[in-house]
Design a protein around this ligand. Structure first.
Ligand code: NCD
Ligand code: ZN
Length: 351
C-alpha cells in the first residue's frame, strides 16, 4: 500500500512566469498545485510602473485559466481557476514615497537585482550606496513592503554570494524595520546570516537542496541545471539541507523556477535558470521522506511563509503519493529538471 502525504496551501515564494506563449505554458502548471506564488518582475522591460504591474497580473491570471478553457495539459481538473494568487513584485529602483503609496495595495514586495547579475537584470542597482537608497528603503520599511534581494556581487562566480554578505549586513543594520529576504540562498555563509540579523529571511530552491557544482559541470555539462546563483560545494548544500529539513522558521520554499526555451539552454551561451515548477512538490516530498522529515515539509512549503509575511493563502489541498512518476521530457518548449527520469513521489489529487 503506497503512502500518501497531504500539503495544505503550498506556496512558491520565488517564481518566474515570463510572458506571452511561455507564460501560457508555465502559469497553469504552478496554479494547479500552489495556492500562491511570488511572481518575479524581470521581464523585458522590467515591471517598474503601476500600469505594467496591473497589466501583467491580468495576463498571469488569464494564463492561469480565469475565464479561459485550459485543457492543454492532461488531467485538466483543477488546472487554473481562482484558487491561485499571483503575489506581484516591482523591479527595484529608487522610487518616491508618493509612488510607493500609490502601488502599496497592488504589490507584495519589491525585488532588487544588482545590475547585469542574472537574466534580464540590466536595469538593476549599479552600486550599493546606502544613502542614495535610503529614502526608498525607509519608505518601504514604513509601509511594510518587503525587499527581496538577488544577493550576488560581480566577483568570482563561486564567491559571489558569500561576498554579498557584507551588503546584506549593511542593509539589515541600516534598515532594521525593513523585512529583507535573501533569495535562493546557496551557501553556508548565507545560512549563518539568518542568526545574525533579526530582519533577514531566506528562500531556498529545490535544486539547490539536490545538486552541487559537480552535477552542473563535474561531468558532461548539464545546461538544464545551470542557474544563478550557481550550485556550490557539498558543505553548502548540507547547510541548506539542515535548515530546510528542520523548517527553520526564517526559511521558505521559493522554487526560482526559471523557464527558458530548449534552444536557449542547449546553446553556446546557455541561459541561466532551472525549470522545476511542475515537479517541485514531488521532489520535495521525495527529499524530505528520504531524510525522515516529511512532517516538516508543511512548514517549509507554506506555514513559514504565512508567518513571515502575514498572509492567508487560498485554500488548496495537494495529496501526494509514494508512487513512481516519470518526469516529462518537455513542457511546451521547456525542458524540466531531471527530464525523463523517474522519481518516487507523484501528485495524486488536488482539492
Ligand atoms: C532567473 C531567470 O531566468 O529569470 N535565472 C536564474 O538562473 N535563476 C533569474 C534569477 O533569479 O537569477
Ligand atoms: Zn529568480
Amino acid at each position: 500500500m503506497s503512502r500518501q502525504h497531504t500539503l495544505l496551501m503550498p506556496l512558491d515564494m520565488h517564481l518566474h512566469l515570463r510572458d506571452g506563449v511561455m507564460l501560457e505554458t508555465v502559469a497553469p502548471l504552478s496554479s494547479y498545485t500552489f495556492s500562491g506564488a511570488v511572481v518575479m518582475p524581470n521581464l523585458v522591460p522590467p515591471i517598474t510602473s503601476k500600469e505594467s504591474l496591473l497589466a501583467y497580473k491580468e495576463r498571469v491570471l488569464l494564463a492561469c485559466g480565469y475565464g479561459v478553457d485550459s485543457d492543454n495539459f492532461e488531467d485538466g481538473d483543477g488546472l487554473g481557476g481562482s484558487d491561485f494568487e499571483p503575489l506581484m513584485t516591482l523591479f527595484y529602483q529608487n522610487y518616491s514615497e508618493d509612488f510607493l503609496q500609490e502601488v502599496r495595495d497592488d504589490i507584495f514586495a519589491i525585488k532588487l537585482y544588482p545590475a547585469g547579475i542574472t537574466t534580464n537584470s540590466e536595469g538593476g542597482v549599479e552600486s550599493f550606496d546606502i544613502e542614495t537608497m535610503r529614502p526608498t528603503l525607509e519608505a518601504m520599511a514604513r509601509m511594510d513592503i518587503p525587499l527581496l534581494v538577488h544577493g550576488e556581487t560581480d566577483g568570482f562566480v563561486m564567491d559571489r554570494e558569500a561576498e554579498f554578505m557584507s551588503i546584506y549586513k549593511l542593509l539589515a543594520e541600516n534598515f532594521p524595520d525593513l523585512k529583507i529576504v535573501m533569495e535562493h540562498i546557496t551557501t553556508m555563509a548565507a545560512v549563518d546570516m539568518l542568526e545574525r540579523h533579526e530582519n533577514l529571511y531566506a528562500t531556498i530552491t529545490i535544486h539547490h537542496l539536490l545538486i552541487t557544482l559537480d552535477d552542473v559541470a563535474g561531468g558532461m555539462l548539464a545546461p538544464h541545471l545551470f542557474c544563478k546563483p550557481i550550485a556550490k560545494r557539498p558543505e553548502d548544500r548540507e547547510a541548506l539541507l539542515k535548515v530546510a529539513l528542520e523548517a527553520h522558521p526564517k526559511v521558505m520554499f521559493g522554487s526560482d523556477s526559471a523557464p527558458h526555451p530548449q534552444h536557449r539552454k542547449e546553446a553556446c551561451g546557455c541561459a541561466a535558470g532551472v525549470f522545476t515548477a511542475p515537479i517541485a512538490l514531488q521532489l520535495l516530498c521525495e527529499l524530505f521522506d528520504k531524510h525522515g522529515k516529511l512532517e516538516n515539509l508543511q512548514n517549509f512549503v507554506s506555514d513559514n511563509a504565512q508567518n513571515i509575511y502575514g498572509i492567508c493563502p487560498e485554500f488548496k489541498e495537494v495529496i501526494l503519493e509514494n508512487k513512481e512518476f516519470k518526469i516529462p521530457e518537455r513542457y511546451g518548449e521547456v525542458v524540466p529538471i531531471y527530464a525523463g527520469k523517474t522519481i518516487a513521489w507523484s501528485i495524486e489529487d488536488v482539492i
